[in-house]
Each structure stands twice: as C-alpha cells, then as structure tokens.
Ligand binder design. Structure first.
Ligand SMILES: [Zn+2]
Length: 311
C-alpha cells in the first residue's frame, strides 16, 4: 500500500549477516520494516549495483521515490572521513575500499548518508533519553565483532581518518590470534561473538549455541569470556569518565547473558573512586529496528539543522 502524502527517511542497518530496512515518517513512526539475509541481497562481485537495485525496489514497492527525503545506511565498517565511502569491513569483505554515496545517489536520485552502524545504534539510544550537550556517552555493541561508538558534546567522534573508536583492535598482551583486521593480538579475537562461537565448538557443543549462557554461565571459560568483554569497556571508561555507558549487541542480547557478572567485572577493574563511583550503565533496547530508527533520527536532525542554517 502506498501512502502518497507522507515523506520518509529510509533507514538501513547492515550487519555481518543481515540487512534491516524501514521507512520512517516525519512523526518518527516506522513503516514497512523488514529483515533480509545479506547473502540474498549483496552480489559480492558487484556489491554497489546489487545494493542500489535492492534499495530502489524497496522504495518503489512501498513509498515511491518522490516521497523519500533521504537514505541513511549504517555499515559494520570503518567509514571514510568525508562519509562517502568505506575503508574496511572485516566481516563483509566485499564492502571494503569502495565509494557508496555517489553511485547510489546517481542511481536513486535522493541524498544518501552513511555511518558506522554502531553510531546509528547509539543515536537511537540517545534519542530515547535526555542527554545534555556537554555529556559524554559511550556505546559498546558486542556482536560478531566488538562495536564502539563515542558520543562527545553532541556529536560522534570520527578522528582524523574516520577510524576513531576501533576499540576491538586494541592489542591484548600475550594474544597471538590473527584478527579480521589483519593484525595479531587484537582483543576482539578474545572478546566477541566470533570468540563465543569458537568456545561453543570447543567446550559446549552438547547444547545449541543460543543456550550457552543459560546452561554454562558459571564455567571458567564463560567467566573468563565475560571478564574479557569488560576490558575494552573499562579501558574506555577510564579514558573518558562518561556520563552514560550503553551496552548492547547480539551477544549481550542472548538468553541468560550474565549482565551482573559483566557489571561486576567492569566495576572491579574501573579506576576508584572515579569514574567507578557514579558510573551509569544501561543496556541497549532489545529492538530489531534500533539501527534503522537511529539512522532516520540522525538524518532528521541533519535536515533540521540545515533548515535552521538556511532559514
Ligand atoms: Zn584487529
């Protein structure tokens, strides 16, 4: 069904295995949300064309291109500083070293914005809360990899090249494992969904993967895994002394994930008395659509700022 009178932002959340897409109207209501397997959409030989075809088909089917204000896409990637292309996507190799924005804008004729996916996820959480403009919010998203977003003084920290917040790639002492980024010893090889899959295969294959925390949370392997997840979080908390910490991602969202154990590990390692005292830890909302909504909210903010500047 087409609703011709509404204007929409199309939000797209691209993860390692799935793509989520939805149309968000100016009242911030979500329509036509769907989740597809990346493998069903992206042709690794021609990722841009296949992505553009998919987006075009979605738009024509649901809202019509004339009613689209912009498209916002989050990628699990290091995004270029100019926000036009992708430098590197370790968990989705066909999306590395490519320009995204220009070819898709040429194809669909609407403004296209791209971001690191965790920035859009954290944008959603921020939009659900009242955050003062001098506050620091840190987002940690533990999924296939170790996603991180740093929100400082009303904006996301990008760094010189767009590669700020690559927290999963801090080196861990004595770790000889090869990381998806090509380096040896990144903490992500110990602290991520990929590591949990390996633990499952090695120690807990008698239960389905989804039950690993409900059945085995008190084993030494899982206790060590959870304590390792805390290390990058504490490292960044000790650097920024944040007002708010948001923790989310597929691993943390699994049934029976020992949140209390993670919080205790964070507090135990955190610098005393501060930032340990006063630390506020919250969990990302368990919604499939957070990345789609966050992308849309980020673009509505951009549109509002442009209107204020122009007006
Ligand atoms: Zn790495």
């Amino acid at each position: 069904m087409k609703i011709e009178t509404q204007k929409y932002v199309i939000g797209v959340d691209i993860g390692g295995t799935h793509l989520r897409i939805g149309a968000v109207n100016t009242d911030k209501e979500l329509f036509f949300f769907q989740k597809n397997k990346i493998a069903d959409i992206l042709d690794s030989g021609n990722p841009i064309k296949s992505l553009a075809d998919f987006l075009n088909g979605y738009i024509e089917e649901h809202v019509g291109v004339a009613n689209v204000l912009a498209i916002g896409m989050g990628f699990p990637s290091v995004i270029s500083k100019d926000k036009k292309g992708i430098h590197s996507t370790p968990n989705l190799e066909c999306l590395s070293n490519i320009n995204i924005v220009d070819p898709i804008q040429e194809y669909i004729h609407v403004p296209v914005y791209i971001e690191n996916d965790v920035n859009y996820l954290l944008q959603y959480e921020i939009s659900q809360r009242k955050i003062d403009k001098d506050e620091i919010v840190l987002g940690f998203y533990i999924g296939t990899g170790y996603g991180n977003s740093i929100y400082l003084f009303n904006q996301f920290l990008n760094g010189k090249n767009g590669a700020a917040g690559e927290l999963g790639h801090i080196p861990a002492l004595g770790n000889e494992m090869v990381c998806g980024c090509g380096n040896i010893g990144c903490i992500e090889t110990y602290a991520s969904g990929k590591r949990l899959v390996a633990l499952h295969q090695e120690f807990f294959s008698d239960v389905p993967f989804e039950e690993i925390f409900t059945k085995y949370s008190t084993t030494p392997e899982i206790i060590q895994f959870v304590q390792t997840l805390a290390i990058p979080i504490v490292t960044e908390i000790n650097i920024f002394d944040p007002h708010l910490v948001i923790i989310g991602g597929g691993v943390v969202g699994m049934k029976g994930f020992p949140k209390r154990m993670l919080e205790e590990a964070i507090l135990q390692k955190c610098r005393k008395p501060f930032p340990a005292n006063n630390l506020v830890i919250e969990y990302a909302e368990d919604t499939n659509a957070a990345g789609v909504l966050g992308a849309s909210m980020n673009i509505f903010e951009k549109i509002a700022q442009t209107e204020i500047t122009v007006g």
